[in-house]
Design a protein around this ligand. Structure first.
Ligand SMILES: C[S@@+](CC[C@H](N)C(=O)[O-])C[C@H]1O[C@@H](n2cnc3c(N)ncnc32)[C@H](O)[C@@H]1O
Length: 251
């Protein structure tokens, strides 16, 4: 495989970052599964390590990441570091562990095997094209960016949450903002697992409910009235017809 800067990418690097979903090993590609089977060390959350119980590797708990990364650095400094697989949820480079690893380790020692991200799964479940969606994470962050995005009133917003910055907290933000063009709120819980649930709620309904700690919220702007207030009997302008914002001529 060649990158556009002309270098050859070495797929068998000592650190292999494998994205995994709640469907566990069954959802992995053959290559990602092979990397796990060949691993000397597997790093992951307790839940992810349980999924790999049958693998013959040393298991290192991820914890808050710092200690595990220090152990990886130490092993990389050895003459034969062997193969270390780091498990991450979904796509490791989408609001995930990938960024932290790239900050701490040499990029040429790492390869990535992404899984579907939670946002891809959410939009697939909702059957919504998402090329124009704004993507925001309030997982472990304050909601300032979400507020900025919502004030622009985009048609679709996907939000990664956490138990504190929950779907209910997002519902409260929508109620407080009282936007001129309101949003329908979808909560997509535990995607890819047997407990997966998708709900369509008003902000008032979502505010006081509890949801799975692994939830993505999709905000879908409600449609404007299509027709202008005073429609002439003849000669409707193109703008009165439904179209796509990226294909304005298509009516
Ligand atoms: C640190 S981010 C990691 C995102 C991940 N890299 C991805 O590609 O989806 C964690 C957040 O992603 C969302 N998430 C991850 N897995 C999920 C799932 N299976 N179902 C719903 N949301 C999920 C939740 O909002 C969770 O708090």
């Amino acid at each position: 495989m060649t990158a556009d800067h002309g270098a050859v990418l070495e797929p068998m690097t000592p650190v292999q970052v494998v994205g995994i979903g709640l469907d566990g090993l069954e959802g992995l590609s053959a290559m990602a599964l092979n990397r796990l089977r060949q691993a000397d060390v597997i790093v992951g959350s307790d839940r992810q390590l349980e999924m790999c119980a049958a693998m013959a590797a040393e298991f290192w708990p991820l914890g808050n990441g710092q200690r595990a990364i220090a152990r990886i650095q130490e092993r990389l400094s050895q003459s034969d570091p062997g193969s270390m697989v780091v498990l991450a949820s979904g796509d490791p480079l989408f609001f995930g562990l990938g960024r932290l690893l790239l900050e701490a380790l040499p990029a040429d020692q790492i390869s990535f095997h992404p899984h579907l991200s939670s946002v891809q799964l959410a939009f697939s479940r909702l059957k919504l094209p998402w090329q124009e969606a704004k993507l925001v994470s309030i997982h472990g962050r304050d909601p300032d960016q979400l507020l900025r995005v919502l004030r622009q009133n985009p048609p679709l917003v996907a939000v990664l949450t956490d138990p504190h910055h929950s779907p209910g907290a997002i519902a409260q933000i929508l109620i407080d903002l009282d936007l001129p063009q309101p949003y329908t709120l979808w909560v997509c819980e535990a995607l890819g697992s047997e407990a997966e649930k998708v709900h369509r709620l008003s902000p008032a309904e979502a505010r006081d409910r509890r949801f799975d700690p692994l939830s993505v919220v999709v905000l879908q702007r409600q449609k404007e009235d299509v027709l202008p207030a005073h429609v002439p009997l003849l000669g409707l302008p193109d703008s009165a017809f439904l179209s796509f914002s990226d294909r304005p001529g298509l009516i």
